[in-house]
Design a protein around this ligand. Structure first.
Ligand SMILES: Nc1ncnc2c1ncn2[C@@H]1O[C@H](COP(=O)(O)OP(=O)(O)O)[C@@H](O)[C@H]1O
Ligand SMILES: [Mg+2]
Length: 260
């Protein structure tokens, strides 16, 4: 196993290549005449941060939704933690979802609940934990991990965009997921808050030993968080490599990302 410390540069780390936790092959999805995903292939290895880089509208969110069963693809296969995602009963899908933390593009907090109640919700619903001492311990640990211990009794409306994002991440971490899926984690955040979220994503990998897919068009976020990058261009997954390898691309769809 590799040493995974917050200080290690992502490019210097290599994940456990034998342990594939997500395997996608020949994934296709169209909406009417719009062919969004044409042939998407990827492997996510244990404890790595894999960035999927692509312009707006290239099907990044569609891809991530296919992984958690929110969109049914037209063809291809998705293997997650040895589950064959496209052939699961509802019951099996619910079991698998317990291992997947999904950080949505919005923060998806319940506005009428305090931060504490937002975090207690998955503990009660998914783990059946109701004892207030245990709830409190888990909530405070999760808040500490995202640097927001003081926010427990605030309402979402009182939080900044970056804080909401952190709470959203805390709410998924509280279930100890094996896999994290981040959809545009820095979208709509200022550059400094973005850096904090990028650092949190690296910290989550190191502390929780999660394997993560980070979907983004934010090149700076890709550079900070990626152990490996795959580009999504015209419905195809392309150019797998480290950030420094990918940045040498001459693909006209991708090159402007690096030379803006
Ligand atoms: N449920 C849907 N029905 C029809 N079209 C959709 C649906 N979801 C996404 N699309 C289309 O798929 C394309 C890719 O969308 P999306 O995955 O959201 O892009 P992004 O890479 O910005 O996340 C867009 O053209 C979008 O309009
Ligand atoms: Mg999207």
């Amino acid at each position: 196993m590799n040493q995974a410390t917050a200080s290690s540069s992502p490019a210097a780390r290599t994940a456990d290549k034998d342990n594939v936790v997500v395997r996608i092959r020949h994934l296709q999805k169209s909406f009417g005449d719009t062919h969004v995903l044409r042939d998407v292939n990827l492997d996510l290895h244990e404890t790595e941060n894999l960035v999927i880089l692509g312009r707006s509208g290239t099907g990044k969110s569609v891809l991530i939704k296919c992984m958690v069963g929110l969109i049914i693809p037209d063809a291809g296969s998705i293997q997650i933690l040895n589950y064959d995602v496209l052939n699961l009963s509802n019951e099996e899908m619910n079991k698998l979802r317990l291992h997947i933390g999904f950080s949505f593009q919005g923060s998806a907090l319940y506005d009428s609940m305090s931060v504490r109640e937002n975090l207690e919700f998955p503990l009660k619903r998914n783990l059946g934990i109701y004892k207030s001492k245990e709830l409190n311990e888990r909530v405070m640990n999760a808040l500490e991990d995202v640097g927001l211990e003081d926010a427990a009794d605030k309402m979402p409306a009182e939080l900044s965009g970056g804080m909401k994002k952190r709470i959203g991440i805390a709410r998924t971490l509280i279930l100890n997921p094996k896999i994290m899926l981040y959809d545009e984690p820095t979208a709509g955040l200022d550059p400094i808050t973005s850096i904090e979220i990028n650092e949190l994503i690296v910290k989550v990998r190191d502390k929780y030993k999660t394997s993560s897919i980070i979907i983004t068009h934010d090149i700076s976020s890709a550079r900070h968080t990626a152990d490996r990058v795959i580009a999504l261009v015209g419905g195809y997954s392309k150019y797998e490599g480290t950030f420094d390898e990918i940045r040498k691309t001459t693909d006209p769809e991708l090159e402007p990302f690096f030379n803006y």
